[in-house]
Design a protein around this ligand. Structure first.
Ligand SMILES: NC(=O)c1ccc[n+]([C@@H]2O[C@H](COP(=O)([O-])OP(=O)(O)OC[C@H]3O[C@@H](n4cnc5c(N)ncnc54)[C@H](OP(=O)(O)O)[C@@H]3O)[C@@H](O)[C@H]2O)c1
Length: 278
């Protein structure tokens, strides 16, 4: 089995730098794709309670026959379950659906500032670590404002901040802020989700030079900047292609050219301060 690159978290544990994202994949489909991804050499799977596919993800993990210690599973606390009274129950339900005794990483999915329960949720999540139900905890879609509040009210620094991040929305300021706090940044929608980066002339000309695909160049762009990347794909061929990125690296010129793709616009469209879906 090939050795995947990993990053060290502020707890000393490692996170695989590349994983398989499972958003928008229903149970039956995700079961097969998770099994395929693990057979192809992935070890990390990203899911969430709100994806409604933890059962299928868990079946795929079980089908793989891999040992639990060789897997890295991330799931996320949905908005409806935020709050000190509900976090532990929500995690136990996720674990039941996944068929696991612990997850490697548990994230607050969105801050939901109007609900204003992310600080108490965070404190409840620190207790889950003590109980061995979770190895590491982190956040998703957090801006400096929300990270400041966690820092003011808890001694535990999130291990990870999973945010929308791709060449069109590279989030330089948030990455620097995460890094100063000792937080690893993980890129969601790393391929830009809407497909437009696959036909971008800059990406295609770099891909041509390395005899790689646009998707592979995009994944390399994350790896070469010390980000964790979790591309989603719906076919074994694409899942395999997205992992076949360990035999080349982008140089300074490539990165400079791709820096010009920044549009300052989110694909998702919603700023974390505005996002209110539960
Ligand atoms: N924390 C959060 O709030 C949050 C939000 C969004 C996403 N996420 C996580 O991030 C993961 C990835 O984000 P995403 O699913 O939004 O988007 P993405 O990974 O940026 O892009 C997925 C799209 O790229 C296509 N694709 C993948 N590999 C390809 C290849 N080699 N060649 C051509 N097309 C390819 C997929 O097509 P097919 O599927 O048709 O193969 C799909 O349409 C999610 O699955 C989820 O785990 C987290």
């Amino acid at each position: 089995m090939m050795e995947l690159p990993a990053l060290e978290l502020n707890t000393g544990r490692l996170i695989p730098q590349i994983g398989f994202g499972t958003a928008r994949l229903p149970d039956e489909e995700v079961r097969v794709l998770v099994r395929d991804a693990l057979a192809l050499g992935y070890t990390a799977i990203d899911t969430a309670a709100s994806y409604d596919n933890e059962i299928g993800v868990g079946q795929g993990l079980a089908d793989s026959g891999l040992r639990r210690e060789d897997l890295y599973v991330t799931t996320k606390l949905r908005g409806a379950d935020q709050g000190s009274a509900s976090v532990k129950h929500a995690l136990r339900q996720s674990l039941d659906r996944l068929g696991l005794e612990y997850v490697d990483l548990y994230l607050i999915h969105w801050p939901l500032p109007r609900l204003d329960r992310y600080v108490e949720s965070w404190i409840a999540m620190t207790e889950l670590v003590d109980e061995g139900l979770v190895r590491d905890i982190g956040v998703s879609n957090f801006t400096p404002e929300y990270l400041d509040r966690l820092a003011a009210e808890s001694d535990t620094v999130p291990a990870v901040n999973q945010i929308e991040l791709h060449p069109k929305f590279p989030q330089q300021a948030q990455r620097e802020d995460d890094s100063e706090r000792g937080i690893v940044t993980e890129s969601w929608s790393p391929l830009g989700q809407d497909g437009s980066l696959f036909t971008d002339p800059t990406v295609l000309s770099i891909a041509d030079r390395y005899r790689k695909t646009a998707a592979q160049v995009l994944i390399r762009w994350h790896l070469d900047q010390g980000l964790v990347v979790i591309p989603k794909a719906s076919s074994p061929a694409r899942i395999a292609q997205n992992l076949d990125v360990l035999d080349f690296a982008l140089d300074e010129q490539d990165l400079a050219a791709m820096a010009r793709l920044d549009t300052g616009q989110r694909v998702n469209g919603q700023h974390p301060a505005e996002y209110e879906e539960f």
